[in-house]
Design a protein around this ligand. Structure first.
Ligand code: 13P
Length: 251
């Protein structure tokens, strides 16, 4: 029986003082959970987050990393730099990065390879727009994101990777996918991984749901058989709300 992986994506929120307050409040609230708890903070909060969560069950992730080891890439951060300060996870290919910063399946793939090479565990985001869903292209979009995004990733690397299905129309909108929509879409994603890696690997793979997940709808979503966890935006900025999601699923 799999536990669930609940990750908070703080996005561009929380300065150092606010981050310290949130982490301190969160620690006692999630300490007994058997689910895996991850907080993905802005770069500048990472080192403090690693220190404050040392010896606890909270893991720390970044929200992006570059594909090169070093070099003339102004404004970017290398995966080895994250690894060096104790970061374990890194979100890659979030729809906001695809939409506002020109990420493509190819750049996501390059970042994933570099992150894995550095010993980080990627959380790779995929998902369709409302227009793509309504025009019947959801499966095609997801299949392409998986095929191109995971090009050249082997089984061993897949085992260190988490996938987050985040329908773009559900992100930050308050419109959550229904339990059935989320379960079906993740089931479809898993079928694509099965084609690429076989049934066993696809079953082991953790695929999260993300998009307006909150304390109220979390239990329904997390109890769906295909949904292995959540990637939480807004509700991860509040210790009570985030811990309620972590506690919403008991093994
Ligand atoms: P919200 O939970 O705010 O909808 O954000 C989801 C998300 O984008 C997590 O990566």
């Amino acid at each position: 029986m799999k536990n669930k992986i609940i990750a908070g994506n703080w996005k561009m929120n929380k300065n150092q003082a606010e981050a310290e307050k949130l982490i301190s409040a969160l620690k006692p609230l999630v300490k007994d959970s058997k689910n895996t708890v991850i907080i993905c903070t802005p770069y500048l909060d990472l080192e403090q987050a690693v220190c404050l969560t040392a010896g606890t069950n909270i893991h720390v992730g970044a929200q992006n990393c570059h594909w090169a080891e070093s070099g003339a890439f102004t404004g970017e951060v290398a995966p080895s730099m994250l690894k060096e300060i104790g970061v374990e996870y890194v979100i890659l290919g979030h729809s906001e990065r695809r939409q506002y910063f020109g990420e493509t399946n190819q750049t996501v793939n390059a970042r994933m390879k570099a992150a894995l090479e550095a010993g980080l565990k990627p959380i790779v985001c995929i998902g369709e727009t409302l227009e793509e869903r309504n025009s019947g292209r959801m499966q095609e979009v997801l299949a392409t994101q998986i095929k191109e995004g995971f090009e050249g990733i082997d089984e061993e690397q897949l085992r260190r990777t988490i996938v987050a299905y985040e329908p773009i129309w559900a992100i930050g909108t308050g419109v959550t996918a229904t339990n059935k929509q989320a379960n079906e879409a993740i089931g479809f994603c898993r079928s694509q991984f099965e084609e690429l890696y076989g049934k066993d690997e696809a079953q082991k793979l953790y695929i999260q749901y993300g998009g307006s997940m909150n304390a109220v709808n979390a239990a329904g979503l997390l109890n769906q058989p295909e949904i292995d966890g959540g990637l939480i935006g807004g509700a991860s900025l509040d210790a009570e709300k985030f811990s309620a999601i972590v506690e919403a699923y008991k093994i």
